[in-house]
Design a protein around this ligand. Sequence first.
Ligand SMILES: [Zn+2]
Length: 260
Amino acid sequence: MALVVLNGKRGYIDKTGKMVTRDDFNNTWGFTEGLAVVNIGSKYGYIDKSGDMVIEPVFDIANNFSEGLALVVVGNKRGFIDKKGEFVIEPSWRSASSFSEGLARVAVEGKHGFINMRGQLVVEPVYDFAQDYKEGLALVKINGKYGFIDKDGNILPPKPPAQPSGVRCYKCKTGELVIRESKRGPFLGCNKFPRCRTIISIKQLDHLKELQEAGTWPPDTWEQADELLGRKKKKSDATKTTKKATKKAKKKAKVKVTAE
Ligand SMILES: [Zn+2]
């Protein structure tokens, strides 16, 4: 099928060059899900790929099919039809968008929400702005702030809340290390962030707790902290420690294998 323009009218031709859509159709926007919108005069309907008018042009505006339903406008009300041209969701919405992932955005008095394919509100219209669902989430704006909601309308927290560790921060001395989530997994950070930017591997947590209990954490200087964290060592020491660590790791791995 190819879109052609003939005497100012648009239509489709098949492989043999035969015009398969009637030349009284004005606009077509391409086929989606087997049907294309056409307009005759001021009304819109749908044709199939053989050019037959399968849904009569009775709508004031018609949109491409999406997920089996098409958004159409009658008067100033929006509703959704199936491929037989029957209303599945009566034209009762003043504002609506096509279905995406089973939900369609609607607006009531300027506030956006979402309906399911039975026309039921599943996300209350309370948002000042909303985008269609993608991968289960929709971007919304409420009280001047943007965030994502799931398909039940739950607002997702921007990040999981930090967990206290009970270990004090060695840099600022007044802060506490908290367990934060990152893409690469949990880590220890100061709760005074961004004023204090301490970051320590989560692997050090048990070690730091022990040190604090023993009264050697937090140390007086950053250098001492680095030493306690095994970050900076004298060359000879470092080699020793590395060897020791490797041995330890090997032992650990062996134990693990045996345990399994
Ligand atoms: Zn700190």
